[in-house]
Design a protein around this ligand. Sequence first.
Ligand SMILES: Nc1ncnc2c1ncn2[C@@H]1O[C@H](COP(=O)(O)OP(=O)(O)OP(=O)(O)O)[C@@H](O)[C@H]1O
Ligand SMILES: CC(C)(CO)[C@@H](O)C(=O)NCCC(=O)O
Ligand SMILES: [K+]
Length: 257
Amino acid sequence: MLLAIDCGNTNTVFSIWDGTSFLCTLRTSTHHARTADAYFTWYSTLVKHYGIDADITDVIISSTVPRVVFNLRVFADRFFGCRPLVVGKPDCLLPHAPRVDEGTQVGPDRLVNTAGAFDRHGGDLIVVDFGTATTFDVVSQDGAYIGGVIAPGVNLSLEALHMAAAALPHVDISVPQQVVGTNTVACIQSGIFWGYVGLVREICTRIKAERDRPMTVVATGGLAPLFQQSADLFDVMEEDLTMHGLTVIHKYNKDIG
Ligand SMILES: Nc1ncnc2c1ncn2[C@@H]1O[C@H](COP(=O)(O)OP(=O)(O)OP(=O)(O)O)[C@@H](O)[C@H]1O
Ligand SMILES: CC(C)(CO)[C@@H](O)C(=O)NCCC(=O)O
Ligand SMILES: [K+]
């Protein structure tokens, strides 16, 4: 079985893939100082809790935080006796090489999203991921990542307002009933919610115009459903897109030996 690990700047997600389906998905916050032993304590407790009989033979890692990879490598080696595939490292091959400016290090999460979305939907895609950053990955007709857009994440924007303005509280994202807020919290929620609806719509419109072709918009990340509920922004929403991409890249590397 495969253990797929997706480390974002905020959260780290582990998922066990038995070749057909994901047996479970475990989430923790990302900490570079977490040791291999600490990962295993957390992992084994939850796997036991869910009653999962997992025989892990392979591990694949995508990490937007380079420092966590060392401890995850030790974790894979010590507890599963395997050398993990790490997306972005030379020995982890991608089904389609990115076409970007020389020297550009594309975020591994974006490469993984690209591979997952192309596998399910074919080419000419815009993949929107609502993570720490809100990213747009453009996938060519032949499946390559050819560039995109990076905007601040929704929670980051909310936090930035709170941090920078003495009178603005910390606020959670929600769907406002009205645009015109009649209290501070409602004003912030409106600014962020409708601001992001506009951001997503404008960027997708401009990408399609620049590419001069119809494109499918695939969304992932915990906040995608919240935005879709008030505005028709996406053609598809897939919560497991990054995890699916990891299984696609793992299979590709296995198949070519
Ligand atoms: N209705 C909601 N209101 C507020 N937060 C939500 C809601 N639904 C989901 N979330 C949050 O969205 C986040 C989704 O996680 P996701 O994996 O998409 O990105 P992330 O973990 O925040 O970022 P990264 O992958 O960059 O670490 C989770 O932290 C979850 O708590
Ligand atoms: C943009 C983030 C932070 C999104 O997780 C990540 O993909 C990243 O660190 N990217 C590196 C720069 C790039 O993708 O062009
Ligand atoms: K993510």
